[in-house]
Design a protein around this ligand. Structure first.
Ligand code: DP6
Length: 328
């Protein structure tokens, strides 16, 4: 007997206004809204096969049996989907990435977005962007922003139904490129899930959350107006605020390495000289340098020569997550 399967692809995203901290950790309902740019060229491709012969869900990443932690995270997500949908079936999940994972390039966002699309197809669940966004959020908060391409805002909401992401501008609205300066390929020490839990222990988190709506409005407007200067200042401010919360949590979280700080200063210096570029950093040491796409190759060549930089990955604005194939 052949097994039902579906194959889906999704892109990671880089948060321009960050998600850090939950009001309801069980459902990944964030303390504030966030906004991201979907990244093209980098992707996760996932095949889900219903397999009655398996005793438990099985996860392969890039052909290797995944770590116990990753297997558990995926199984918890699938249990949630089975519980919410009333569908059953043990799954083989085969996932491939064309970019390094666990180093602040939102690999779990792309992973859970692709898995969300594939499992929805296999279980015959709704495939509209909002339903998929809600579902992907249960696996990894930021995954809800990877269902759509272009520029995407996560409406914080207050429960499972009201918390999902919507596209505010399509991929071709503004040609920006994320030049990802890789300074380390080591897996991050503290996963974001743990970081979200610690956020409220920082005395700065309440202030960050209280002022998030203002930054979201400025960022949204800067994108709609294609105003790079306005975008640069709010994106750097928001990244700095999240890292201020991280380093003042108990226990503190330090994701930066010495080259991270060097790059932040170098980017600010270059901008002062008149180049349109800005930085933002997720839960890892690597630095995302945003620039209008016409400058991307120049920025890449410049950043490659800076101390501690191993590689610069270029990611233009990417498209929607999608179902590539399905069958029995
Ligand atoms: C710093 O809980 O979505 O990237 O650990 O990858 O599942 P994973 O992350 P998630 O938190 C993401 C936090 C962030 C900021 C952001 O993407 O908004």
């Amino acid at each position: 007997m052949s097994n039902r399967f579906a194959i889906a692809i999704a892109h990671p995203n880089i948060a321009l206004i960050k998600y850090w901290g939950n009001r309801d950790p069980e459902w990944n309902i964030p303390s504030a809204g966030s906004l991201s740019m979907t990244l093209g060229e980098v992707f996760t491709r996932t095949k889900v096969t219903l397999d009655e012969k398996l005793e438990a869900d099985r996860l392969l990443i890039d052909g290797q049996v995944a770590s116990e932690m990753a297997q558990r995270r995926v199984s918890v997500f699938l249990d949630r989907v089975r519980e919410l949908s009333g569908r059953h079936g043990v799954c083989l999940i085969e996932s491939e990435n064309n970019f390094p994972q666990g180093v602040g390039i939102a690999s779990s966002a792309a992973a859970f977005a692709a898995l969300g699309v594939a499992i929805s197809a296999v279980f015959d669940l709704p495939l509209d962007a909002i339903s998929l966004s809600r579902l992907a959020r249960l696996g990894s908060g930021s995954a809800c922003r990877s269902l759509q391409g272009g520029f995407v805002e996560w409406l914080a909401g207050e429960d499972h139904h009201s918390s999902y992401a919507v596209q505010i501008a399509p991929a071709d609205h503004w040609e920006l490129t994320d030049c990802i300066a890789v300074v380390s390929r080591e897996h991050k020490g503290v996963v974001s899930q743990e970081g979200h839990r610690l956020a409220s222990t920082s005395p700065f988190q309440a202030c960050r959350v209280e002022t998030a709506a203002e930054r979201l409005a400025i960022c949204r407007q800067a994108i709609l107006n294609r105003d790079f200067e306005a975008l640069a200042s709010v994106v750097e401010l928001d990244s700095n605020l999240m890292h201020a919360v991280m380093i003042t949590s108990s226990p503190p979280l330090f994701y930066w390495e010495p080259p991270t700080l060097f790059l932040m200063q170098a980017v600010r210096q270059k901008r002062a000289e008149g180049y349109p570029l800005c930085y933002t950093i997720d839960a890892g040491p690597n630095v995302h340098i945003l620039t209008p796409s016409e400058y991307a190759l120049t920025v890449q060549a410049w950043v490659k020569g800076l101390p501690g930089v191993q590689e610069v990955i270029l990611a233009p604005v990417g498209g929607d997550a999608s179902l590539l194939d399905e069958g029995k």
